[in-house]
Design a protein around this ligand. Structure first.
Ligand code: MN
Length: 146
């Protein structure tokens, strides 16, 4: 990228293609992704923008690597570990290593910046036993989408 990736519309950046959230999978709904900053050897992290449309949700997953997220559009809710958080504009959310997580939009879109290392492990999705364990918490059971 050049040194200025201009915000060029409403939550659209000039040098960032609007991508599918993931190349494969059906365990998510209504999400786009833009890579705002692709990382360099000197700063081997990526800044991405995700937008979840009304009624949409991200994958329920966990991994060793961490995320840190800042909401810059709308609001929504997030599962982090066993907590259901209401997340609002400009809130910063840490997704610790190994914590199950999922973001959900409400009736309007939620958009957030997500910082992640370029080199990272692949997400794990819950198996049947893990889903049962997650659902043993009633708040988690009613929140998650699989
Ligand atoms: Mn994740």
């Amino acid at each position: 990228m050049t040194n200025l990736n201009r915000h060029d519309g409403t939550f659209v950046w000039r040098e960032s293609e609007i991508l599918n959230y993931k190349e494969t999978g059906t365990n998510f709904k209504n999400i786009t992704r833009q890579i705002l900053y692709p990382g360099t050897p000197e700063l081997p992290s990526q800044m991405r923008y995700f937008e979840i449309g009304p009624g949409g949700y991200s994958s329920l997953e966990r991994h060793v690597h961490e995320h840190v997220v800042m909401v810059i559009r709308g609001e929504g809710r997030a599962l982090v570990g066993t907590e259901i958080l209401t997340v609002r504009l400009f809130d910063v959310v840490r997704i610790p290593s190994r914590a199950w997580h999922q973001f959900r939009a409400g009736d309007a879109a939620i958009g957030f910046i997500c910082l992640v290392n370029i080199e990272r492990d692949r997400p794990e999705h819950p198996n049947a036993a893990q889903i049962t364990e997650l659902k043993s918490n009633p708040n988690v059971a009613s929140f998650i989408r699989i």
